[in-house]
Design a protein. Sequence first.
Length: 553
Amino acid sequence: MGRKLRRMTIKTRPNCCDSGILLRRGVAIAILGVFSFAIGCSPRGDAADPPAVVPFAAEDIVEADIMSLQDAMSRGSLSAVQLTQHYIDRVEAINLSGPELHAVLEIHPDALAQAQALDDELAATGARSPLHGIPLLLKGNIDVAGLPNTAGSLALVGNFPSADAFVASRLRAAGAVILGTANLSEWANFRSTNSSSGWSSVGGQTRNPYVLDHNPCGSSSGSAVAVSASLAVAAVGTETDGSVVCPSGINGVVGIKPTLGLVSRSGIIPIAHSQDTAGPMGRTVRDAVTLLQAMVAFDPADGGSTERPEVDYLSSLGDGRLDGIRIGVRRAYFGSGALPEVEACFTEALAALEGLGAELVDPADARDTEGLGSAEDVVLDAEFKTDIAAYLEAHGSPNGMATLADLIAFNAANPDSVMPHFGQEVFERAQAAAPLDDPTYLDALRESKAIAQAAIDDALALNDLNALVAPTNSPAWRTDHENGDDFALSSSQLPAVSGYPAVTVPMCFVGEFPVGLSISGAAFSEETLLRIAYAFEQATGVRRAPRFLPTME
């Protein structure tokens, strides 16, 4: 199931304690023990020697945030090479071995070389940004030069992009190490109505790190699992409807779905240009925002990109108080009232927000959304058929794939490897979709946008609100390849179809299973949403590392 991850090692400059330079094969922190990094030490101390560098203990990396890692690198107790090697070894130990998370598709063959160059640059001229030397994973539908971009499908094994996606190039420019690519629901969960989130024919089934036989949600499954299980510091996912926020919520991490057009889609395998966006994931709000800060930029190659005044999103996080903020409570979301455990912890979350100074309006649902789902389906089908052909053409028809019809034919010719669990009825439905100049599509696009945007805008305006909140997800369900996913709760549709932003932050645990709090609002209201998410995170401290339990009742 997918090619074996390659292991790379590069030589570092001689050092008096070089036995501690690189983590060795099979070492996984929090699983196999403790290791300390040190990049500088004196062979024999005397009064003239500088103070000894305090090594950064490897067990501290597991939940370390970007700020603490940057501090360690600036003090000389950690290097980008050591940090990158740590993640390579941890991936090797628990991705296809141990708990077999299947969260990572490929490690970049130049990852350690990237890190070495950034260490040299840090010593010579200082850090480019807070992301300098920080290893990141990108979802396996984002172009990364030197790695195949398959969207998880064997149909695209020959797709080696010649250049990075715009988002990847932005992260590189900020000094990040592109560690590799993350597994995903094949074709971003847009192939079958009976699919299992987190499964791809390239990478196999991504497993929930909290309880391994349960589902990680999707489609950015590998990105969220990798962050939660500390296979990278942070990651990038993509969302059309729920594919950043659901896996983030179910895997106990922070996910940001930006306003449509704020982050470029160039070089990303599409579903639908009227809803698609990339978004960052981190173990903390600050980490996710640090990625967002680097990712936001106008891209003239993306026809939907929006040129906006520069915003310092990190400064918008505030002091942890929400005085003067008015928050509406969404009660009309899919699955509302069906899960008493989620409702109980949502009630506690609302009390926490009030304790931080926020004023609540409950409920704050403004209008009926009947017809939204069917209109959205028409839009996604039509846009996918056109948008995937445009991507394939721009990439030279990789592996002979030039159209959606080619992909359907490939799957039909290789059912045992590509369709062992579910079919391609969504592909077939999209193949029959009307073209983008057809009134059927145009009417559905207008209707879906009008319904979703009015539902949010009216709720905010009628109640003088700054944001809306709802649970992000149900507790994870047991992975079932025969019957597919069991979405018992979702609040993603209105922000997704409207193109408005949403942030999810860990809200509570139902037993072993994380549940997220979704915070949404008007277009380009990221600063306010992030302030609320950060205050809630700082006050509640819900996040905890997974234990890789095999199963539970």
